[in-house]
Design a protein around this ligand. Sequence first.
Ligand code: CTP
Ligand SMILES: C[C@](O)(CO)[C@H](O)COP(=O)(O)O
Length: 241
Amino acid sequence: MASLGVVIPAAGQGKRMGASGNKLFLMLADRPILAHSLKLFEDSSNVSEIVVVGSAEDLPKIKELVSKYQFTKVSHVTLGGKERQESVYAGVRALSPAIQRVAVHDGARPLLTLDQLNRFFTEAEKYRAAIMVVPVKDTIKRVDEEGQVLETPPRESLRAVQTPQVFERELLELAHRRCIDEGFLGTDDASLVEWLGEPVHVLEGSLENIKMTTPEDLWLAESILKKRSDRVRSKIGSEKN
Ligand SMILES: Nc1ccn([C@@H]2O[C@H](COP(=O)(O)OP(=O)(O)OP(=O)(O)O)[C@@H](O)[C@H]2O)c(=O)n1
Ligand SMILES: C[C@](O)(CO)[C@H](O)COP(=O)(O)O
């Protein structure tokens, strides 16, 4: 596998969460949300380097967290921008020159498992750009500013987009540069590559790989983690008997 670097955008403000500071420092089970997300990539043998991107205010706290949890693959904690897109680009530029492929993963998605991640990396290797998606559960409507429905796209063709998203580094950097030049702002990194006219491949994500966006996501995350630890405990129990 070509050497893989990871960028973790963590420079948001978490406005929709309504917490007093960056939501990524909120505790989920035994550790902050950001520590869950980082541990996943620290533990993946596919990953050689991690860059975390933070706001000016949070940089010291992120550095402290990296040191407390001994995330040895983190090479830089870099200053991000006002938009997620700027933060990701800052992170990509901070990766070592030897890195050929880049995975971008939201600091706010702490629930992916190592198995799911490694399976995704293996599949993604075949493509210049690949992203995790899940089928959409609701019917989606496109509406105008007056609240009138414009259309109901067929659900079979819709996917909800997650991270990680993996790219050839050269392609991702080109996409970011061109989008800055032309003023295109996307809500994920794949949309920048799509904007270049390059193909992006979708791979199976996980319904548990939710983004911690509003308080309800935290409750759900706690119950997903509890279900996982109950399962481990009952497996250990049945092995003892
Ligand atoms: N300028 C920004 C904005 C977002 N992010 C990161 O991008 C991820 C996904 O963004 P989102 O969930 O929208 O986080 P926030 O921007 O923090 O949330 P909100 O929009 O509610 O303020 C998060 O890990 C967030 O920290 C970032 O690095 N830089
Ligand atoms: C990249 C992303 O995770 C795809 O769902 C997401 O778009 C990033 O955050 P957003 O600000 O909630 O769009």
